[in-house]
Write a protein that binds this ligand. Structure first.
Ligand code: ATP
Ligand code: MG
Length: 399
């Protein structure tokens, strides 16, 4: 259904010579999903990050598929799929460990979208046409559709020009788009940092004006967004940008309290720089390590330095519970991740007890994370008698 006064707009069609995305760079899973949907008489495109990052010459993270088939139809046509979500019903297609997200074209029909009294979108399952789908997306650069058969990119919102100018613009007024979904503010910061973009002046102004709306975001969604910000290769830049816009307090209020301390800030920035390096090297990254770093200054503030002083593990454990509980009010960390964070912290005490407790520490399943954490503490200036070196020699069997 079309929104009143909305005209059907013809997209600009970009050929390979413009967008430079080669057929061999397509994700096999996305191509095979599109092929099945096409065979069944539906349209299918790749939209979002894949198209945007490929045009910029960057390596895309994943491919999001979009189609005019409904979730139920997709479920019948594409094997190994599962419908998920309530606010947005989408389909996950699994191939081994990889998951491709398939969504149905949606319209931003103002009459059917359920909004809270502050303008926040609560539920949004109004299916629509590709044009409508293009205009309900967040930023123009995220609204480019790749037709994998013709290898053409369809641009309804001017995203291609904005991308070439490295300009981040919302589709429609940013004040309205941020009110509908304040997470778009965090996404704006993420894309700006990750892709080296400039903000449209309106975005700049509206982030300052509307960032208080971030308080309304459900804690589970904040957790997911935090992972996207800090585990996709631009953690350090995003962390600094979050501070520039004074946003840290919404996601990480306990971390924010310690950023005036040079020592704590250095520790966090060192860790985020390592995280970015690991991402570039395709090494594993874990949410538990990330949060054990981000919440460490808050923990130490209550326990006192975790060095050779006598501190009981039970005390660390009790304070860790308190810190995590407080954190969960804004950003809910799943239970098993909370457990790993606690273990990484508690092991810091055991790692001091060398050589007597070395073998117990070594056998612990969280040893590697705790050892990396210890090295990071020393690298950031904590004086721990070079105990990290002792452990490095121990692991490499030099002692
Ligand atoms: P990434 O490389 O991080 O995956 P992405 O742009 O693909 O970046 P996704 O979260 O995978 O981000 O979302 C896919 C697409 O869905 C986006 O490009 C955008 O078009 C649309 N989208 C995602 N979140 C929102 C939102 N909050 N509001 C409007 N559109 C959104
Ligand atoms: Mg994506």
């Amino acid at each position: 259904m079309l929104v009143k006064n909305e005209k059907i707009r013809k997209p600009e069609i970009l050929k390979i010579s413009d967008h430079n995305i080669l057929p061999e760079s397509l994700d096999k899973d996305a191509s095979s999903i599109a092929h099945r949907l096409n065979e069944a008489g539906f349209e299918a495109y790749i939209v979002g990050g894949f198209v945007r990052d490929s045009i910029l010459g960057l390596k895309p993270k994943d491919s999001d598929v979009v189609t005019n088939a409904t979730p139920e139809e997709i479920n019948k046509i594409v094997p190994k799929t599962r419908i998920i979500g309530r606010r947005f019903k989408i389909v996950h297609a699994r191939a081994g460990r990889r998951i491709t997200e398939i969504s149905t074209f949606r319209a931003a029909d103002k009459n059917q979208t359920i909004k809270s009294n502050k303008g926040l979108i609560l539920r949004d399952n109004n299916y629509g046409t590709i044009e409508q789908d293009a205009f309900r997306r967040d930023f123009t650069i995220n609204s480019l559709y790749l037709d994998m058969q013709k290898m053409e990119v369809l641009d309804f919102t001017g995203g291609y020009t904005d991308l070439k100018n490295r300009m981040l613009k919302t589709i429609g007024k940013s004040s309205e788009r941020f009110r509908e979904d304040p997470v778009r503010i965090l996404r704006a910061i993420r894309f700006k940092s990750k892709l080296d973009l400039k903000f449209d002046p309106e975005i700049e102004k509206d982030i300052h004006k509307l960032c208080y709306l971030l308080e309304e975001i459900p804690s589970g969604r904040n957790y997911e967004e935090t992972l996207k910000m800090f585990m996709t290769g631009s953690a350090e830049k995003i962390f600094l940008e979050m501070q520039t816009y004074n946003l840290t307090k919404y996601l990480l209020p306990q971390t924010k309290n310690f950023l005036s301390s040079k020592k704590d800030k250095r520790f966090i920035l060192n860790a985020l720089r390592d995280t970015d390096q690991r991402y570039r090297n395709n090494q594993t990254l874990t949410p538990s390590f990330l949060f054990s770093v981000l919440l460490w200054p808050a923990l130490v503030n209550k326990t006192g330095p975790l060095n050779f002083k006598k501190i009981k593990i039970t005390k660390v454990s009790r304070i860790a519970n308190f810190i995590l509980k407080k954190h969960n009010e804004n950003c809910f960390i799943p239970k098993r991740i909370q457990q790993s964070i606690k273990e990484t912290w508690e092991l810091q005490i055991l790692l001091m007890k060398i050589p007597e407790k070395a073998n117990i520490a070594l056998k612990h399943k969280r040893f590697r994370a705790a050892y990396d954490f210890l090295l990071l503490r020393e690298k950031s200036g904590e004086k721990l008698n070079q105990i990290g070196d002792w452990w490095t020699k121990k692991i490499t069997k030099k002692i």
